[in-house]
Design a protein around this ligand. Sequence first.
Ligand SMILES: [Zn+2]
Length: 254
Amino acid sequence: MRLTDSHAHLHFSQFDADRDAVIERAREAGVTAILEVGVDLASSKAAVALAKQYDFISAAVGIHPHDAKLVNPKTLDQLRVLAHRPQVVAIGEIGLDYYRDRSPRPVQRRAFADQLALAAELELPVIIHSREAHDDVMEQLRGWKGRGVLHSYSAGPEHLDEVLELGFYVSISGPVTFPRADRLREAAALVPLERLLVETDSPFLTPVPRRGRRNEPALVRHVVEAVARARGAPAETVAQATADNLGRLFNILP
Ligand SMILES: [Zn+2]
């Protein structure tokens, strides 16, 4: 089974003690592509460095809504320079988070708009973080021309149509394995196969049966299997389609 992980943070300190072993386990588990995602300037640089070190890792650079206040003309210039590195395939993760509200909402919206503009200028797809902010995320995406993915989709099956109408992909993560996640499984079953991605969001959102421990890309298999069960499809079909989709959206060869 050819597995792919559309969203991981392997440069986080949780992996400092055994990063290479974690990446080796992913390779042994059949993971053929990992998208390593930055959340601020330093981690975006770290993502590029990791992607340089491993041929099956690609990088996304961007500033997370939690740190929206860091987005200014200077940091945008630094992101632009980084984004020209051959390992970089997307701008992300960017978006809005009204759950934690770590930056004021108007500041988040401005940072999101500025990074969407950067992605358009560079003709790169975007990786969107949207938490309790679906309507405002959609409003900003409707005014933007480009492609991308809603990472760790959590908005519910009733919001899928508007996401799909924009041409966006939907990435499903570990919570699809949780006992009480029926709405998420419903959404995972409704996404057209050609718009579906899977991810771990490592080190977070660890799937059952490892829930509560640190997540890692090798565990993406549990996400694929849960999505396949929800769709009544073979895991092989979901694995193959999500690998093809990752390759098409980010212009890489998984
Ligand atoms: Zn993330």
